[in-house]
Design a protein around this ligand. Sequence first.
Ligand code: CP3
Length: 356
Amino acid sequence: MQIEFPPLQNDTILRAARGEVTSHVPVWIMRQAGRYLPEYRALRATEEFFTVVRTPELATEITLQPIERFPLDAAIIFSDILVVPQAMGLEVQMIKGRGPVFPEPLAHPDDLKRLVEPDVKKELGYVYDALTLTRKTLNGRVPLIGFCGAPWTLMAYMIEGGGSKTFSKSKSWLFKYPKDSHSLLQAITDVLIDYVIAQVDSGAQLIQVFDSWAGLLSPRAFNEFALPYLKQIATALERERPEVPKTVFAKGAHYALESLSEAGYNVVGLDWTMDPRQARERVQGKVALQGNMDPCMLYAPPEAIRQEVKSILQQFGEGGYIANLGHGMHPDHDPEHARVFIESVHEFSQKEHMSL
Ligand code: CP3
């Protein structure tokens, strides 16, 4: 059964994702809902991270916080990539000052027996409810982005048990236990495919896949252990829900830009280490691009941010472009500097400015 939603009033991000030239460049920011916002910190003072994620009313409230403040062109559902490992049977805690921690990570291929094949409708139902409530509450103001972690990034967390400097435990699995690694990656991919399709059915209007740890891999390891699974997700979404554009953000994967532009996604997200003009040349118009201002640029004075935005817009050029940072907001960023970024993207990309 299809849910009825209010008509969309601003579809610039969806059209830019399809490569179109739009009246202005659409902009959103990774981690636009988060600790740099005082209203987020106020809510988190009394509620656990995963309680917020699992309570649709709270997830909706936080998703809308940056939308109420700034003229953003998209909302992204407040959730986390680690809800999928949780649904597959692993416990994940969010520890203040440390980030996510898995008390019992996968230590050996024998541990794969501990994973369950989840009924995603049941185990992740709270995400779908949050998407539906948020989409209704947005009332068509801007599109709602759904997301998931990429198979390799999720595998890395499931084995590492949290963040790590070298990720040597998860990377050594690839080389010590390649067969088991592929079984794990395939099991994660199967869950993710059901998960993102159900996100679309619940209200997501664009899906972004975060491969945050792609940059840890050699090109050869990426081609064997990351890319085929990213392709499976894009292919399944294209087959099942072709109306919804798809973005892949593989942080640090410079070497993979050409292959990512042919992996079935509409948009490729870039981190700040990549040159926009070279990236445009390398993808040959096959995909739209998203990014890529260095998040640390937001510590600069407003006028410096404005000049950087102007330069980035010129370098990406017209059409098929979604402005964003090259990674997420930091907790100590000044919200007013995020506003400068967002507003100057709009100001400098309005049609009459492009010819100046
Ligand atoms: O606004 C948004 O972007 C939507 C919400 C969102 C969160 N996590 C909320 C969150 C999204 C899209 C994510 C994705 C996510 N989660 C990624 C991929 C993006 C990336 O940053 O590379 C990853 C790797 C995670 C795993 C994760 N969750 C980590 C490593 C951490 C701790 C690091 C940190 O920034 O604190 C989290 C916690 C987390 N997820 C927070 C938020 C707002 C902060 C938690 C808090 O409130 O204490």
